[in-house]
Design a protein around this ligand. Structure first.
Ligand SMILES: [Zn+2]
Length: 100
């Protein structure tokens, strides 16, 4: 799954919405996360750190506002992601993170 806030994913799932490709661009740099192969999931607390104080009130109403590529997520956190940050075993995403 792409780096989307879990609440948004749950809302979409409830509505029967699958991930539209046009909603997968990183909000910081515009990178297409699916195209780049950066499909990953991090733990909720990591995601919250990255988004603390950055959300606008309408973000929870508009799908696709909370998508970050690994590089921008690391920049927001101010550190490199480690394997323990990922919520699921995502060897490909982890491999890409290590290449940086
Ligand atoms: Zn980015």
């Amino acid at each position: 799954m792409v780096g989307v806030h879990p609440d948004a994913r749950r809302q979409w799932a409830k509505a029967g919405v699958t991930m539209p490709v046009c909603f997968t661009n990183c909000v910081d740099c515009g990178l297409g996360t699916v195209v780049a192969g950066e499909v990953y999931t991090v733990h909720d607390d990591i995601w919250e750190q990255a988004w603390a104080g950055r959300r606008k009130w309408w973000y929870s109403r508009v799908p696709g506002q909370e998508i970050l590529c690994i590089g921008c997520l690391e920049r927001r956190l101010g550190r490199k992601l480690v394997v323990g940050d990922f919520a699921a075993q995502m060897p490909s995403a982890w491999g890409r993170a290590q290449e940086r």
